[in-house]
Write a protein that binds this ligand. Structure first.
Ligand SMILES: Nc1nc2c(c(=O)[nH]1)N[C@H]1C(S)=C(S)[C@@H](COP(=O)(O)O)O[C@H]1N2
Ligand SMILES: [Mo]
Length: 201
């Protein structure tokens, strides 16, 4: 089941310009995280949209897994300087998620929250109009726990730390609140094409 376009923010670049500044190409898929991999039983998994502390909408795994899914194939860029080309994901776009919740985004910013209590901030405009998804499949298979399964955020046009693994929800915030790495010196926005690695870049 594949719907609508997931385009990423930018049009495809010519092959010679595909690698953002300061990045190198890798063929494998490094695993990067702070703590141990949480093992999440689908029977206990849920995903919640919140405005501040107020829940707006929750899905169980069964409900979430029956939402319309979209495929996307493209490049990802980690702030530790590896990039990987042609990664293939499938999941629920943020547009489809908001539509399923029957709401418009209530604020212009949010924090994605992981089951490991990781957080990362993203402007809502960087998630809508086909720019991001809550991915549940990678390369045609359920996402492995190391890479954030059962579900992770995928925001491929920003550095990969914005793509929260083991995502448990999105919390809309009135202002752009720093997440885990953003509080520790990483850039608030994180555009690989402008090399926004650290505060002040
Ligand atoms: N929940 C959670 N998400 C996370 C992290 C984390 O520690 N916890 N690390 C981030 C960082 S710094 C990177 S580079 C990517 C790594 O994703 P990967 O392990 O699938 O390559 O996940 C991001 N998402
Ligand atoms: Mo990272």
């Amino acid at each position: 089941m594949v719907t609508r376009g997931f385009t990423g923010r930018r049009p495809p670049r010519p092959e010679a310009e595909r690698l953002p500044p300061g990045q190198y190409l890798t063929e494998d898929f490094p695993v990067l995280q702070l703590g141990p991999t949480p093992r999440i039983d689908p029977a206990r998994w849920s995903f919640t949209l919140r405005e501040g502390s107020k829940p707006l909408k929750s899905w169980t795994w069964a409900e979430f897994d029956s939402l319309p899914r979209t495929r996307w194939k493209g490049d990802i860029h980690c702030v530790t300087k590896w990039s990987k080309f042609d990664t293939a994901w499938e999941g629920v776009t943020i547009d489809d998620l908001l539509a399923a919740a029957g709401i418009a985004a209530p604020t212009a910013y949010l924090l994605a929250e992981g089951y490991d209590d990781y957080t990362t901030n993203v402007p809502v405009a960087d998630l809508t109009e086909g720019k991001a998804m809550v991915a549940t499949r990678y390369a045609g298979e359920p996402i492995t726990p190391d890479h954030g399964g059962p579900a992770r955020l995928l925001v491929p046009h920003l550095y990969f730390w914005k793509s929260a693994k083991w995502v448990k929800g999105l919390r809309f915030t009135k202002v752009d609140e720093a997440g885990f790495w953003e509080l520790r010196g990483y850039h608030m926005y994180g555009d690989p094409w402008r090399e926004q690695r650290f505060t002040g870049d």
